[in-house]
Structure formats: C-alpha cells, structure tokens
Design a protein around this ligand. Sequence first.
Ligand code: NAD
Length: 406
Amino acid sequence: MKNPFENAMAQLAKVAQIKNFDREFWARMSVPDRDVRISIPVKMDNGTLQIFEGYRVEYNNTLGPYKGGIRYHPDTEINEVKALAFWMTIKCAVANIPMGGGKGGITVDPKKLSKGELERLSRGWVRRLYDILGPHKDVPAPDVNTTPEIMAWMSDEFEKLSGDKTRATFTGKPIDKGGSEGRGPATGLGGFYVFDSLRAQLGLPEKCKVVVQGFGNVGNNAAQIFTEHGHTVVAISDSKGGIYNENGLDIKKLTEYKKATGSLSNFLGSKTIINEELLKLECDLLIPAAFENVITDTNAPNIKAKVIMELANGPITPEADEILFQKGIVVIPDVLANSGGVTVSYFEWDQNLKNEHWSEKEVFDKLLLLMNDAAQKIFKKAKENKTHLRMGAFILALERIKTDMK
Ligand code: NAD
C-alpha cells in the first residue's frame, strides 16, 4: 500500500489528466512550502526524560495563513502529515475560506500519558514551533486525539511566548477560552449540509439507511445529526468493533452506553459486527469517519452502498476510488464533506480577531451557506468536466489557488 502522501500525489496526477494547468503550478503544488520535524523532551511523572517526535507541515499559504489540525497518534509520521496538509490546502480552497493548508502531529499514544505529561508534551510542541505560528502565519486546530483542552494549553503557551493576546492562533478552543459556538459538531453538521444539498441530485431517497465507521467526534456527531433529520443509522463502529440493528440505532442512548461501558458491544437490540463486514453492508450512504486507507482495492469490489461520504480524511485509496467509480458508487470526497470543521475554525479565528462572539445559530447559518455553495459548485464542476466529485473538487480548488497565486 502507498503511503498517504503518495496517495495524495496520485490524486493530483489524476487532475492533470483532466485539466491542463501549467508545469510551474504543478511543481508548486507537489511539495509543501515547509516541512518541520521536531523533538520534544518531556519530563515524565516517574522522573525520566522521554523524547517525542513532532511535526508541522506548512503546505501552501496562497489563500491565507496555513491552517490545519494537530494529530496525536502512535502511527503519525511525516508522510501522513504532509498528505493531510495537502488536503487542507485543497479543502480550504473548496470551502472558499481565506486560509491555506497545514497540518501537525506528534507520534504518541496519548492514552498512555497522564494528564500532566500530556500538557507538558502539548506545551513542548508549541515551544519548538511558536516562531512559525501566529494568527496571520499558521493557525493550528484539533484533529484525531487532540481536544479543546489541549488547544487551550497550546494557546496559553503561545500567548506566554509571543505576547500575542488575540487568541486567534489556535482554533478549537473551549468557549470560555475564545472558542466558537458550534465547533464540536461542525464537521458532522457540515457533512450533513453537503449531503442534504446533493441528496436529490444523487438519486437518494428522502429517508436514507446510513452506516457509519467511527464513533469519535465526527462519527458520533454525524450519526446523531442524521438520526435527528429522520435518517436511519443501522450500523456503527469504533476501534473495538461495530454493532448493527436493521431497525436503526438510538444514537443518543448509544452515546450514553459507550460513556458508561467504554464500548459499543452488547448495546440493547444490536448484533455485533466486525469492521470489515460493516463496510460491505447494503445501505444508501456509507460514512467512513475513522481513519485513512480503510477502503482499498481489496474491499472496494464488495461495497454495496449507493453513495459514500468521506468524513474521515483519505479513507479511500486512489485504486479503490477508480473501482467505486466503475461500479457507479458516488463518492462525496473528504475535501468537501468534512470541510465544515475547518470552516467553523475559520469563523473562530475571525471572531477572535474582531473580538466578537457569534451565537450558535449565526455560526450554523453561515456554515450552511458555505457548505451548500461548495457542494453545488463542485457538482457543477464535476459535470462540466465529465468526472467524479473528487476531481470536481480538486479542479475547483486548484483553479482558485492558481488564480490567486498569479
Ligand atoms: P476521534 O479520535 O474523535 O475518533 C476516531 C474514531 O474512530 C474513534 O471512535 C475510534 O474508536 C474510531 N476508530 C479507530 N480505528 C477504527 C477502526 N479500525 N474501525 C472503526 N473505527 C475506528 O477523531 P475525529 O476527530 O472523529 O476524526 C475522525 C476522522 O475525521 C479523521 O480522519 C480526521 O482527520 C477527520 N476529520 C476530523 C475533523 C474534526 O473536526 N474532528 C475535521 C475534519 C476531518
């Protein structure tokens, strides 16, 4: 299997087959502006010193300051961060917000750290990088395993080191530390707005049968929102496994159940299902909302969903993308589907700089407008170029970046 950055570049190469941008532009888009690797020394609770590896990739800032989350995961490595930073560049351009693309991370299993160790590690990441961060330079945010609390520590550390009091350098902060209303559900909600905008055009029924992989911030919120709008979530999974109920799962109760038991299994009225089976279920909409590379050329031929909406970043490999296209399965790509998160992050940055605090309704109304506009423009772009939605999104984004770069 290719690494995530090779997958991202394979996507870029596919655009080149459809759209003739000039050579210099391809050269610029094939490499990040800056790729920083750091070592972060942390004094552990037992008195020993441990060194962690961290990253910040600043991919492209043509449209605005670099923007992108920080991931804490044992498998996080530079190629993953580079790919995510590239996708952020495309995503911000797709959402039509004045932000460029970046991403960061630390190779760590945060579950193995105490709260104090986690705080020292997070502050350490900022200490190594603060001179390249800032409201008009590079604006990080949460991603997998990073929380509003971590953003608050980072924001505080940045303020101490730089003297900048705008709080606009980190987004995804708690509300009382300058966070925006609505950031928590933003990615799931943005995905729902995109789906709702395209549903009829994609030939899906008014009430859909939905399968969700992942039950974290994105998967959980998406499952709740789809259920609230009358769709039926029949299966859902987390890293320990999945559950299925053909009559639909009560997501609110399931959330409480997982909080109490730490797992989804044996939830009332559900059957256990392994993750691989879950991906192959017959449904109107399959939502991968966990990790990258989960739909590959091995399992793509067996997928029976009518439409797949990528709420995770990069869950479908380029080879699988082609197989799904041949099978007539529509993919709503990550760069469009999960752009609600970065859009509300941009709203947070905007509020911080203007010293304003918008209501949740104001945030969601603005989000709806941008998501609807992006979905429809991409649908049109894909049609004009006789290609699928991912290529439509890439072409739209690259045209915007190229125009501005010139
Ligand atoms: P999270 O850490 O809150 O949740 C991840 C979920 O995936 C957890 O429920 C975990 O148990 C589950 N999981 C892990 N391995 C799995 C497996 N093999 N099978 C099934 N489930 C598995 O992370 P998140 O913030 O929800 O992010 C999920 C995805 O969405 C990532 O790809 C992330 O980059 C992307 N994303 C997140 C945001 C955001 O706002 N949080 C925005 C855009 C994109």
